[in-house]
Design a protein around this ligand. Structure first.
Ligand code: ADP
Length: 501
């Protein structure tokens, strides 16, 4: 029996919310206007966790109206007062470590060691980081001559619509919520339908931290209904989305109709290059980490692994050794490193891509992970492939599963060409002991973030600016603040105006 089957949601969530009133609108737990619900499923067992309110356009509208009113109060608050609330939220997030971690684990299949560990640290850190910025927002003054002054101010948008994904439910939501609030906006969050639970506890925590009611609202529901309604709502001038490139394109197109500003953090097909002078053990550790962590469901995963031909055999042996130490099973067991894939649909997608690769001659390396799937769960063991044709869909599309593809290369130029041969431009990881190579790689690779002799090494202050089909704008750091404020220029003349006529 999966541990999740023994969990009572009322131990983790406010009772109204645990009973299916999962819309958080204007500081109240509500049902959908038409009372419709959908099931949230535990991916480790297939067991139903909860019935979730299936919000529609009418519910999104109620949330946007509440946010519109509250946005005025929030924007008018002194930055120090806003900072105090965000800091309190960070403190409460740490206090609710086990509850937040458990909700994300049972909803998404992520392991508890990750969710209650670095994911809670990152989520709380987001609130602390942006609490440190919210009272330091400044504009600028432009000298326009002796009698004229130009002022450039940064203003919040008012209401921001945030749509978050299922792969890092709590941390990805916080990556939006904290800077959006720090800029003085109210927001309506539509969490992914697969993983709505931790957003509900975050709503309760922000309320407890003293956030004025209506500043943060959550509308649970489906992408095509609640998500699309948020994108189309005329009262939402700014959208922030993290998810697949296909959905991102749809959202950008819809937002384009109303000329809304959009920040998009989308997919990737990121390379990891191992040059012949690399520290092979560290490179293999990086490759196994980036490809298999979170069951491969990480947008910056560098799963296209390009290895200098002379090293391919020893690199694969090292990866085999490292995979043998990975424990896969119940995500709520703290001993496990990996759990199941988020949903049956995603698992079937990964299996289909693997079948397409196999049909085109890709070979699977023998792996012996400690693999203990649970009955009814969406488990899949790690896969390393060789001999994959670079034109195969498995080699071109984002897999979002635990699948590494290893390609040999002979020259540096060949490695860079393969690294850049993708519609995406999110991340890259390069392993070399040559300073010259590292410098060339940094310049030549067309991606928003290039890691040299490391991978996924980030701080809250490190922007991740996706290029090409990987996104628009940048999350994390000071740069995220630019997403959620718009400029206002005022020109004042102290007498002496002379018009053309
Ligand atoms: P996946 O296809 O893996 O489920 P998506 O990118 O479609 O990933 O989902 C990410 C987020 O986008 C989720 O919150 C989802 O509900 C939302 N979403 C999906 N389709 C739309 C849409 N047409 N408009 C707005 N949001 C959407």
């Amino acid at each position: 029996m999966a541990i999740a089957e023994k969990i009572k949601l009322t131990d983790y969530l406010p009772s109204d919310c645990a009973a299916g009133k999962t819309l958080w609108i204007g500081g109240e737990w509500e049902s959908a206007a038409d009372a419709q619900t959908f099931a949230s499923i535990d991916p480790a067992s297939g067991h139903e966790l909860a019935q979730i309110a299936q919000g529609k356009a009418i519910d999104v509208d109620r949330a946007v109206q509440a946010a519109k009113v509250a946005a005025k109060t929030w924007a008018a608050m002194d930055g120090m007062a806003r900072a105090a609330i965000l800091r309190k939220a960070a403190e409460l997030i740490r206090e609710h470590r086990q509850a937040l971690g458990t909700l994300d684990s049972i909803d998404s299949g992520k392991t508890i060691s990750e969710t209650a560990g670095r994911n809670v640290d990152g989520t709380a850190g987001m609130f602390d980081f942006y609490a440190g910025i919210t009272d330091k927002i400044r504009g600028s003054v432009i000298d326009m001559g002796p009698k004229t002054t130009g002022l450039v101010e940064k203003e919040p948008y008012g209401v921001v619509g945030a749509i978050s994904p299922w792969n890092y439910p709590m941390s990805n939501a916080a990556t939006k919520i904290a800077p959006i609030l720090a800029c003085g906006n109210a927001l309506v969050l539509k969490p992914a339908e697969q993983t709505p639970l931790s957003a509900l506890l975050l709503a309760h925590i922000l309320d407890q931290a003293g956030l004025p009611k209506g500043v943060f609202n959550v509308v649970t529901g489906l992408g095509a209904e609640a998500g699309a309604a948020l994108v189309d709502h005329p009262g939402v001038p700014k959208l922030s989305f993290t998810g697949s490139t296909a959905t991102g394109r749809r959202i950008a197109a819809a937002a384009g109709q109303n000329l809304k500003s959009v920040t998009l953090e989308l997919g990737g097909k990121s390379p990891l290059i191992v040059f012949d002078d690399a520290d092979l053990d560290a490179a293999a550790s990086g490759a196994v980490t980036t490809v298999f962590m979170n069951q491969g469901q990480t947008c910056t995963s560098c799963a296209k692994v390009l290895v200098a031909r002379s090293l391919v055999g020893s690199f694969i042996s090292k990866c085999q050794e490292k995979v043998a130490a990975i424990k896969i099973g119940d995500p709520l067991d703290p001993a496990n490193d990996l759990g199941p894939i988020v949903s049956q649909v995603q698992l079937e997608r990964v299996k289909k891509l693997l079948a397409q690769g196999a049909a085109a001659g890709a070979k699977q390396v023998e792996l012996k992970a400690d693999y203990k799937p649970l009955d009814g769960g969406n488990f899949i063991a790690p896969v390393i492939l060789t001999d994959l044709d670079p034109t195969n869909p498995l080699a071109k599309e984002e897999i979002f599963g635990p699948v590494m593809a290893v390609y040999p290369f002979d020259t540096d130029d060949e490695a860079y060409a393969a690294a850049n041969d993708t519609q995406y431009g999110l991340a890259a990881s390069v392993w070399t002991n040559s300073l010259a190579r590292a410098e060339v790689a940094r310049r030549v690779i067309n991606a928003g973030i290039v890691w040299i002799n490391c991978v996924h090494t980030l701080s809250l202050n490190t922007p991740v600016p996706g290029r090409k089909a990987s996104g628009l704008g940048s999350e994390y750091g000071w740069e995220a603040m630019d997403n959620y404020m718009r400029l206002k220029t005022t020109v004042t003349m102290f007498g002496g105006y002379q018009g053309l006529f």
